[in-house]
Write a protein that binds this ligand. Sequence first.
Ligand SMILES: NC(=O)C1=CN([C@@H]2O[C@H](COP(=O)(O)OP(=O)(O)OC[C@H]3O[C@@H](n4cnc5c(N)ncnc54)[C@H](OP(=O)(O)O)[C@@H]3O)[C@@H](O)[C@H]2O)C=CC1
Ligand SMILES: O=C(O)C1=N[C@H](C(=O)O)C[C@H](O)C1
Length: 277
Amino acid sequence: MANLAPESSNAPIRVAVAGASGRMGRMLIEAIRDSGDCVLMGALDVPASLGIGSDATAFLGLASGVPITADIDQGLAGADVLIDFTRPEGTLAHLAACARLGVSAVVGTTGFTEAQKAEIAAHAQRIAMVMAPNMSVGVNVTLKLLDMAARALATGYDIEIIEAHHRHKVDAPSGTALKMGEVIAHALGRDLKECAVYAREGVTGERDPSSIGFASVRGGDIVGDHTVLFAGTGERIEITHKSASRTTYAQGSLRAVRFLRGRTAGMFDMFDVLGLN
Ligand SMILES: NC(=O)C1=CN([C@@H]2O[C@H](COP(=O)(O)OP(=O)(O)OC[C@H]3O[C@@H](n4cnc5c(N)ncnc54)[C@H](OP(=O)(O)O)[C@@H]3O)[C@@H](O)[C@H]2O)C=CC1
Ligand SMILES: O=C(O)C1=N[C@H](C(=O)O)C[C@H](O)C1
């Protein structure tokens, strides 16, 4: 078992990255290199990835000695923790291997079905895991603000969540927007499954006051914008978070990696990591 050394240990944390050639994968590999307390141990990607076989830091013009591989066991060998920003099916395959090998995990991937989430929760009984649709400090503080706003604006305000992302994003609404909806629904004693409205077209009828609406914009290189609109009569409140860089996601992920030191099993989120619970 490769469970992380206790929190007090000075040994570097050995980190593997899945999705090594992706937007987040590269950001994470650079952040690990600069971290001072983490070391890159493995790099995973899909067999069809052009990066397979090349050095994981080649994109930085550097040699790490860590090749990008599609062999999951090889990519996880010697690692204390895996950081996974890939696709749901990839994450599930990686987590099954992590559970088998005793490797902790930080999961940033979004777009899971309820059944996939249950599968992940089962793995967390065997390994320690941090999973969150958004690793940035700012977004997680925003979630707290939304909880407060929703409770204070419980009646008379229509709630709409608007998110915008780059043209390459494959899931909608974003995991962050869905989490915002869950936080707000919970604060209002509603079930998001019952009250979410994901699309409007044609003669929709008047707005149901108990609904929470979602709108997704895709275009260009937008890193990630989220606005929650509380629209009342005579006023409206907008709570907005905008990401200008993916660095915040990478730095949050490394905070999650450090949080996992000394933990052997269980499911945690960024509220746990940031002490926001
Ligand atoms: N929690 C958070 O803070 C954040 C979460 N995300 C989420 O992270 C995920 C990745 O985002 P991003 O880096 O922009 O995406 P990219 O498409 O840039 O990167 C994904 C990487 O995973 C690889 N991949 C694709 N399918 C699989 C698979 N089935 N198994 C293993 N690897 C696979 C891709 O390979 P290839 O390109 O060859 O297909 C690529 O290397 C998304 O779900 C996104 O929503 C993103 C940013 C922040
Ligand atoms: O795909 C992205 O880029 C992002 N995905 C996450 C999400 O779905 O919420 C987090 C962030 O918004 C960027």
